[in-house]
Design a binder for this molecule. Structure first.
Ligand code: ME8
Length: 544
């Protein structure tokens, strides 16, 4: 594939801690980034989508020790499991990085040495507080009511020899960048970060000596590099920066779906370096500070460009992350996708979290959303339209006479692409998908308004053909735009309306069709209607 002249787009999720069972919270960021990555690919960008796992640190060591196994024995099955999860959810990542990858560890050592040689890392004694769950050293001023400002849990006194990174040196520069640009969105989070910097940035302890599950400081091996320098660096080491042979990228996956160009692109090894700076780092709000303050400071010190944007989304809230029997809340993504399909789970996640906001998860909300949007709106529109085209025209319709509301309707269909693109530019996947679904629900209203059955009775076949043609156009355009969000359903719709599945927006959306021949086969059932009461009982038993 010739990728020489394509515009590049680099998007990342956080690298997740393999410390316990994966839940729908982890899926949120990964599915949201996947939708954006697929959207950009369909717009013709050469995309690099990176995800992975953050495997070092005290917490993981503790979990492994408690189980009587080594840390790597502890993380390996969890890493396999998350890859399986991403396969179930059709995540089209181009690279998967593990912080235990040899090339990454070497690159982190090179980064550490570069920072040290620059004079931005120095040795001193760390005295202060440490939050073990967040693996974060904290100063007194950072504590909130004596507790960790991020997780609100208790902190311990700590004192040890450590290397420090001169974070304070970069505070003003980062503050300016946060105030004057859209570097961090939503803006409210940028304002929080500005306040944080104004309260006084202190240098950051970046090594530890009390445990050794981590990357060793190359010139002082009793120190391990504390997790955040190790973890944040993944965004550049994955592309080959600071590697032994600078430019050799070791995390690339083979393209998984060449046919539809839907998944990954095979990037030539040296070209991956050029994906930096990232276009978008996405994460939830609790780790915004690390991405919006510490990471830029490291990059400034390394004299690399800053990422173009950081989007910090809200949380899916559920009973402390646990499945709850009393309300039947299942947060295990494997169970939900197996029972209701990966597309149902993708749809729910993508549409549920409003831009930057939190949202409570409940099984009831999930099931209700599937029934109302996927079964009623999308499923019914496809089924009703196809059965009318078959009944009235033996499957064949073409563009014809237009009434005033036909014109309005087609204008709406034609405007959809631009509207969805605007939302994606804002990283607002929920608005993007709801914009598509509002056309779908509007199409159902258009059926009621134009009453094709009456047109048939009155013998207005030209108009009837036109109405049904317009509906097929709405289905075709909305399914094309839905492809980045739902990965299986649009293919089934294209099969049902008998057109070739589009692989890029430009060709598909700028070439309106003049006619359809959908054949006379039985209509497809996209999503079966759920009996909510029964499903809640089933889920309650699965949540045990
Ligand atoms: O913080 N709602 O890893 P982590 C929404 N290793 N998003 C959620 C979520 C929820 N309930 N739960 C998890 C780490 N997430 C570090 C990151 S990056 C250099 C290092 C998502 O396993 C969300 O993206 O705790 C959140 O920021 C991330 O998982 C935290 O993952």
């Amino acid at each position: 594939m010739n990728t020489k002249n394509k515009k590049k787009y680099y998007i990342t999720t956080p690298i997740y801690y393999p410390s316990g069972a994966w839940h729908i919270g982890h899926c949120y960021t990964t599915v949201a980034c996947d939708a954006i990555a697929r959207f950009k690919r369909m717009q013709g960008y050469e995309v690099f989508y990176l995800t992975g796992t953050d495997e070092h640190g005290q917490k993981i060591l503790k979990n492994a020790t408690e189980k009587g196994i080594t840390p790597i024995e502890f993380v390996n099955p969890l890493v396999e499991n998350i890859k399986e999860l991403w396969s179930v959810l059709d995540i089209s990542y181009d690279g998967f990085i593990r912080t235990t990858d040899e090339f990454h560890k070497k690159a982190v050592q090179n980064i550490f040495t570069r920072l040290y040689e620059k004079g931005d890392i120095y040795k001193s004694v760390y005295k202060g507080k440490y939050c073990a769950p967040c693996e974060t050293f904290l100063t007194e001023t950072q504590l909130k009511d004596g507790n960790c400002p991020d997780c609100n849990r208790e902190v311990n006194d700590a004192e040890e020899e450590a290397y420090f990174f001169r974070l304070s040196k970069y505070g003003e520069q980062i503050k300016k960048h946060l105030s004057e640009t859209d570097f961090l969105v939503p803006k409210a989070r940028a304002n929080e970060m500005i306040k944080f910097i104004e309260a006084g940035l202190e240098d950051l302890a970046v090594t530890r000596t009390s445990f050794d599950w981590g990357v060793k400081v190359p010139f002082d091996e009793k120190h391990v590099i504390y997790v955040w320098i190790d973890a944040l660096s993944n965004y550049i080491t994955a592309l080959g920066h600071f590697g032994k042979e600078n430019g050799e990228c070791s995390v690339m996956c083979e393209p998984r779906d060449k046919k539809t160009n839907n998944n990954t692109t095979l990037h030539s090894p040296l070209s991956t370096l050029q994906f930096w700076p990232a276009d978008l780092h996405m994460m939830a709000k609790e780790i915004t500070r690390f991405h919006a303050i510490i990471w830029p400071a490291i990059l400034l010190s390394l004299e690399l460009s800053l990422p173009k944007q950081i989007y910090s989304h809200g949380w899916i809230l559920f009973d402390g992350g646990k499945m709850s029997k009393s309300v039947g809340n299942v947060v295990d993504p494997f169970i939900l996708s197996e029972r209701y399909s990966a597309d149902a789970l993708r749809y729910f996640l993508l549409s549920e979290l409003s831009y930057g906001q939190d949202s409570n998860y409940s099984s009831e909300q999930f099931l209700t959303k599937v029934n109302s949007d996927l079964v009623n709106d999308l499923g019914n529109l496809t089924k009703r339209t196809l059965s009318m085209v078959k009944q009235y025209f033996k499957g064949k319709v073409k563009i014809g006479k237009e009434t005033e509301h036909c014109k309005d309707f087609i204008e709406k269909v034609n405007a959809l692409n631009g509207q969805v693109d605007e939302k994606i530019k804002d990283n607002d996947v929920a608005k993007a998908i709801s914009t598509i679904f509002s056309l779908i629900s509007h199409s159902n209203k258009y059926i009621d308004l134009t009453a094709p059955w009456a047109l048939n009775k009155e013998g207005k076949f030209d108009l009837l053909s036109s109405v049904l043609f317009n509906l097929l156009e709405a289905i075709r355009v909305s399914s094309t735009l839905l492809k980045p969000f739902l990965t299986k359903t649009p293919s089934r719709i294209f099969e049902a309306i008998k057109i070739k599945e589009p692989t890029d927006f430009k060709k598909a959306l700028h070439n309106p069709k003049g006619s359809y021949n959908v054949g006379t086969n039985e209509a497809v059932m996209l999503f079966p209607r759920l009996d909510i009461k029964k499903e809640l009982e089933e889920l309650a038993s699965l949540a045990e």
